[in-house]
Ligand binder design. Structure first.
Ligand SMILES: [Zn+2]
Length: 191
C-alpha cells in the first residue's frame, strides 16, 4: 500500500470535509519532481482505507477516469471561489450524481443528508460528491482554497478571519513566499 499521508501535510479540514480534502490532494511525483495525477492504486487504496470501497470492489481505469474528473471539477470549483462551474465540470458532476444514485434524506432532529445508493466505485465517489454538496449548502466549502504557491496548489481549509489565507501552511509555502518577498526587497534596495 502506498503511504498517502506523506503526500499531504496540510492541516485537516473539520468533519467530513477532511476526507474530501485528502482526496483532492492525492497526487504523485515524477522522478523529476513534477506533480502528476494520482495512479490507480493510490486512489483505490485511499477509498479502501477510508471505508468507502471494499478491496474486492472493482476499481479499474474507467473508475480512475471518473475519480480524476471529479477531482478536477471540484478543484476548479474551489479555484472559482465555490460558485462557478464550467459546463464540462457540471456534466461530470451530473453524471456521477446519477451513477451513484444520490438520495436526499430528512432526519428528525439533525441536518438532512444526501447519500449514494448502492456500492462500488460510483457510490464511493458519490459519497465524496455528497460531502462537497452539503458543504456548499452549509457554507463550509467556501473555506476550501488552493495554495497560492504555484508549485504546491494543495487544497487547504482556510481558518483565517475574512478568509484571507493564501497558503496551505505558513511553515512551508507561506514561509517560502516570505523569503522570496524579502529577497526581492533586498534586490530592489540594491544590496
Ligand atoms: Zn502549499
Amino acid at each position: 500500500m502506498i503511504d498517502i499521508r506523506t503526500h499531504d501535510d496540510t492541516a485537516p479540514a473539520p468533519g467530513e470535509l477532511e476526507v474530501l480534502q485528502r482526496f483532492l490532494n492525492l497526487h504523485d511525483h515524477e522522478p523529476s519532481g513534477r506533480e502528476v495525477d494520482p495512479p490507480l492504486e493510490m486512489i483505490r487504496d485511499f477509498l479502501v482505507e477510508r471505508g468507502l470501497l471494499t478491496p474486492d470492489e472493482r476499481f479499474g481505469e474507467t473508475e480512475r477516469e471518473t475519480a480524476l474528473a471529479l477531482r478536477r471539477a471540484l478543484r476548479n470549483l474551489i479555484a472559482a471561489g465555490g460558485d462557478r462551474l464550467a459546463p464540462d465540470d457540471a456534466e461530470v458532476i451530473d453524471r456521477l450524481g446519477i451513477e451513484a444514485g444520490l438520495h436526499p434524506h430528512f432526519h428528525p432532529g439533525r441536518a438532512p443528508t444526501i447519500e449514494p445508493r448502492g456500492t462500488g466505485a460510483a457510490a464511493a465517489l458519490g459519497h465524496l460528491l455528497a460531502v462537497a454538496f452539503l458543504a456548499a449548502v452549509d457554507g463550509s466549502f467556501a473555506h476550501l482554497k488552493l495554495c497560492a504557491d504555484p508549485t504546491c496548489r494543495a487544497v487547504f481549509f482556510d481558518r483565517s478571519r475574512n478568509r484571507s489565507g493564501k497558503w496551505c501552511s505558513m511553515e512551508t509555502c507561506g514561509n517560502r513566499a516570505k523569503v522570496r518577498a524579502f529577497r526581492e526587497r533586498q534586490r530592489r534596495a540594491g544590496r
